[in-house]
Structures are given as structure tokens and as C-alpha cells.
Design a protein around this ligand. Structure first.
Ligand SMILES: [Zn+2]
Length: 330
């Protein structure tokens, strides 16, 4: 449907979650995770102030050219964690809500630990997370890459979630270094700081296929999230093709829809060629990590999402985003 003016088009609030667990009493209390009371408080808040919409309802509105409901809100859960089966799914069911879940293929089907998760747990278990930047540089020097000054000139800067030291270590280990070096360093750091049994750790961390199927049978929706969870916008053409093909296999194993379905770009990393590849595989909706509301006139392959920490975790709190979503539709 065509809206005469973008300012008058309905807006969608999409909330992005990762770990949701009783984190302070867990084995990794410093993991960047959402506590249960904060999650439930946020659901109370959203249910009080928004019109919760399911992934199916979103797709139906967009396909049929029906305006989205005012203050429409969609819940999304990234990375296919067992947390989502244990600590999210039962509460969504209780409340009659549906969520959109994105599970990469390597973790869901191959039961292998993703590099992104190695890094998160290294940081969670590290006595001084800011020291990881120096550790990475020392490991790189031992591998024959001593020029840390040149690397730091480009990559040493804070982002909206992390200090400069932590952001630097993450950037290097997530996408700056060549793939084989990233794998080598993250495996080594994980063994040193977290566990020497990666396979067992991975099995406990991720949703099983049976759990994913059960969630889907109960009304939850699954979308693509890559194979190895690579930065799609930085991937080579063959890596990108493998990421999209892996997404299709993961959804096939769950029995979830690819054609007309949902995709979430790992790290929000995408580009025109990424959107084209995802669309060519049949996906119709792509989710980013741009922290904004999404207007119904905007690109469906670049749907913005707020992080859970951008929104209140108490039902009675004031919420600047909701004020904007109302103003936009008023
Ligand atoms: Zn992810």
C-alpha cells in the first residue's frame, strides 16, 4: 500500500533480545543477559502500552496492504539459545504472545559453538575484560602480527555497548582478522578462560532441533540467521551464499517457512548485495540492529529494531520510543 507521506505511515516497534535467563544466580553472572524480572517487567510494559503483533500478523498486513496497528510491537529473539526455550517460550505461551526466533545453522544443527559466543563467554568469565585487548595483541604478536599500533589506530574505539578495549577485541575476533586466525584465537581464549569441552558447552547453550520444532508447533516463528553467523556485509560472495544456504537448511530442518519468510542479519551487517541474496532465496523480511522505529513505507529487507535495553523494564516507566510511535501515527 502507498502512504502519501512517510510521516503518516504506521510505525512498528521491534524489540531485540539475546540471552534471557536468571543470570545473577547462574554460572556466568557477568554475561550480558537480561534478568527474568526485567524481561517479564518489559513484557508487562509493552503489553500495557503497545498492540503486540505476531510475525504472521506483520506479514499479513504487509502483504495485503493493511496498515499496521497503531503502536504495533514485535518481539524478536536472536541466536537460538536454550534460554529461549526455557525462559522465554513458556512466558510467551502464558501471555498468548508469539515471538520471532533466529537460530543459525552451525549452532542449531551442527551443535558447534559460534565464534560470537566464544567471545561473549570469554568476556563474561574474564576477571578483567578490558585486558582482553592486550591479550589478543599478545597472541597476534606470537602468530607473527606484531603491529598493534596500526590495528589500534583503526579499530580501537568504544561503541554504544562496549568500552574501547572490549570493542577492539570483539572487532578483531569477529571480523577484522582472517577467518582461520579468528577461529584459532577464539578457540584458544575459550579453552583458557571458559571450558576445554566446547562441544558439551555448545550442546547446553543452544536450542535443540526438537525444542525449536515444539516452539513452532505452539505458534512461535523461526527465521534465518546465517550458517556460521558471519558479518554478511563483509562476507565474500561464496561465504554469503553459504550463510544464506545454511539459513535455508536450518529452517528446512525445523519445518519453518523460507518463501515469504523472515531473515535477521547477524550483527545487523547487510548491504544491497546481502539483501539481494536473502531475497533471492525467498525471504521477504530482513531485520537489522539499527535502533529505530520502522515505518511501513521503509524497506522490508531493512527493518529497524530497538535493543531490549533501549526500552523500560518496568510497566510504569516512561518510554520515549512509545511517545514517538504515537506521534508518528497521530
Ligand atoms: Zn545473532
Amino acid at each position: 500500500m502507498a502512504f502519501a507521506d512517510r510521516a503518516l505511515a504506521p510505525v512498528l516497534t521491534t524489540v531485540m533480545y539475546h540471552y534471557v535467563r536468571p543470570v545473577s544466580s547462574s554460572a556466568y553472572p557477568r554475561l550480558k543477559a537480561l534478568e527474568m524480572n526485567a524481561f517479564l517487567g518489559q513484557l508487562d510494559h509493552l503489553q500495557a502500552h503497545c498492540r503486540m503483533i505476531s510475525p504472521g500478523e506483520l506479514a499479513a498486513c504487509l502483504e495485503q496492504g493493511i496498515p499496521l496497528p497503531e503502536r504495533g510491537c514485535l518481539l524478536t529473539f536472536d541466536d537460538g539459545y536454550a534460554d529461549h526455550y526455557r525462559h522465554v517460550f513458556p512466558h510467551l505461551l502464558d501471555r498468548g504472545l508469539s515471538g520471532l526466533f533466529f537460530a543459525p545453522k552451525t549452532s542449531l544443527l551442527d551443535r558447534q559453538l559460534l565464534e560470537v559466543n566464544r567471545i561473549q563467554f570469554v568476556l563474561a568469565n574474564h576477571p578483567h575484560p578490558d585486558a582482553l585487548a592486550d591479550e589478543v595483541d599478545a597472541l597476534l604478536a606470537a602468530e607473527g602480527f606484531p603491529d598493534s599500533a596500526a590495528r589500534r589506530a583503526v579499530h580501537f574505539a568504544p561503541n554504544r555497548f562496549d568500552s574501547a578495549d572490549v570493542a577492539y577485541a570483539k572487532r578483531l575476533l569477529q571480523h577484522v582478522l582472517p577467518a582461520d586466525l579468528r577461529a584459532h584465537l577464539t578457540t584458544r581464549l575459550f579453552a583458557q578462560h571458559v571450558s576445554t569441552d566446547e562441544a558439551d558447552f555448545a550442546d547446553g547453550l543452544y536450542l535443540t532441533l526438537a525444542e525449536a520444532r515444539e516452539m513452532q508447533a505452539e505458534g512461535m516463528v523461526f527465521g534465518g540467521h546465517g550458517d556460521r553467523h558471519l558479518w554478511h556485509g563483509l562476507a565474500s560472495p561464496s561465504e554469503l551464499a553459504a550463510e544464506v544456504a545454511g539459513s535455508v537448511s536450518a529452517l528446512g530442518a525445523i519445518g519453518a517457512q523460507v518463501e515469504g519468510g523472515f531473515y535477521c542479519y547477524p550483527f545487523g551487517s547487510q548491504s544491497e548485495s546481502v539483501r539481494r541474496a536473502v531475497s533471492a532465496a525467498g525471504f521477504r523480511y530482513g531485520f537489522t540492529v539499527v535502533p529505530q522505529l520502522w515505518s511501513q513505507t521503509d524497506d522490508r529487507l531493512a527493518i529497524a529494531r530497538l535493543d531490549t535495553n533501549d526500552l523500560p523494564h518496568r510497566p510504569d516507566a516512561t518510554d520515549p520510543w512509545l511517545a514517538r510511535s504515537t506521534a508518528a501515527t497521530a
